[in-house]
Design a protein around this ligand. Structure first.
Ligand code: I22
Length: 373
């Protein structure tokens, strides 16, 4: 008898919650048809700019401009981003996520104002606070803004652009619902495919794997020490290869958000089906489970540090007091994290400008006027 096979995404969904890192409605529908109901839908300035560049979304963009004759490009960007989310909200079981502008990455007030603008747009299309979440870069200002949004406005947030345990602890202190550790730094997506570093066994070979395990372990320690505290769920992101996604359960991520090309690969590729009733490791959102035994050696190494040894962190450190001075100091003391966040801010700013160029062109077409720079 030959073993039966299933799409790789179906097998992965037995160990992880599957999120779509794309606004593509068709892909969510395809997942649903395979019995994998996507959980959340994430995005960023690139994903929105790419969606705006498609022919099928041109009419939507132009309609948004027509409906808001006095709106500037940023307001149009917020409106059309929310509109694109609304088109897929029926195909996901969880939340639609939009990212606060990178131009405010170091300005808490700017982030709060932008999140409130998104909130108004979500409300206008009937998407309640339970169905969306705002992605915020995990800088000092970002986590101060998250704290304000959560405590004063009931707006849930995700700490993104996250590469370290102090950022993860700060996100927990800010009350974030989720964090998104980037498995690959943002620049990896701009490296030609042939030059990308892809590992045969990412769990043991990828330089970010130990930090993924450190973050899960720090959150487990936090959950054990403070059973009443909400500890964020780990929504791993920024994958460049399918085998990286498949390595996430053993590194503790409960959710993965998967970019369109990898989703396509996981939908079309087949793997052997697990026998019915077989036990698989599924990381716990309450952090009740230990990491798998094979992962534990990763807790003793950190290839992203010059000395290769993980730092030890005190769970009681206040990262957000004194204007998030503790978080900023921890980021500054970690060259890899500092560089990776700086790169992410720059790259997302460029993407936002790409979106602006598309919106300006559409405004010219619809209103017949050139937008002042
Ligand atoms: O952080 C999240 C989800 O929470 C992701 O959307 C994350 O931004 C992306 O996976 C990475 O930035 C890579 O996306 P891209 O730059 O290739 O569009």
């Amino acid at each position: 008898m030959t073993a039966s096979t299933v799409p790789i995404i179906v097998s992965a969904a037995e160990q992880l919650e599957i999120d779509v890192d794309t606004l593509d409605v068709g892909l969510s529908q395809q997942l649903k048809s395979l019995g994998v109901h996507p959980n959340d839908m994430t995005s960023n300035q690139f994903i929105v700019a790419d969606a705006l560049a498609t022919e099928e979304n041109q009419a939507i963009l132009e309609q948004v401009i027509r409906d808001s004759p006095d709106a500037d490009w940023l307001t149009i960007l917020d409106k059309v981003s929310v509109k694109l989310c609304s088109l897929n909200i029926g195909n996901i079981s969880g939340r639609a996520l939009l990212q606060a502008s990178p131009s405010h990455a170091y300005n808490a007030e700017g982030i709060v104002a932008h999140a409130l603008a998104y909130d108004r747009e979500f409300a206008a299309v009937g998407i309640t606070k339970e169905r969306y979440c705002i992605k915020i870069l995990t800088t000092g200002a970002g986590m101060l803004a998250s704290q304000i949004l959560q405590s004063q406005h009931g707006i849930q947030t995700l700490g993104t652009g996250l590469f370290s345990v102090p950022q993860a602890l700060a996100a927990a202190q800010a009350g974030c619902l989720y964090i998104s550790p980037y498995y690959n730094e943002i620049l990896a997506h701009f490296t030609p495919p042939a030059e990308r570093l892809v590992y045969e066994n990412p769990a043991t070979q990828h330089p970010m794997s130990p930090r993924m395990a450190h973050i899960y372990q720090a959150y487990r320690d936090l959950a054990v020490a403070n059973p009443s505290q909400r500890v964020p769920v780990i929504k791993a992101a920024s994958f460049i290869a399918m085998n990286e996604v498949l390595a996430m359960p053993e590194l503790g991520a409960q959710q993965t958000t998967i970019l369109a090309p990898t989703l396509v690969e996981m939908i079309s590729g087949q793997t052997t089906a697990r026998p019915a009733g077989s036990k698989v490791y599924r990381p716990s959102k309450t952090y009740a489970l230990e990491l798998p035994e094979a992962t534990l050696p990763l807790l003793k190494v950190d290839p992203l540090r010059a000395d290769g040894v993980p730092q030890v962190f005190d769970l009681k450190t206040d990262y957000l007091g004194n204007n998030a001075a503790g978080l900023e100091a921890a980021i500054a003391a970690d060259p890899e994290t500092s560089r990776r966040i700086k790169d992410a801010v720059e790259v997302f700013q460029k993407a936002e400008l790409q979106a602006k160029a598309l919106i300006d062109a559409a405004i010219l077409k619809v209103r017949g006027v050139t937008v002042a720079a």
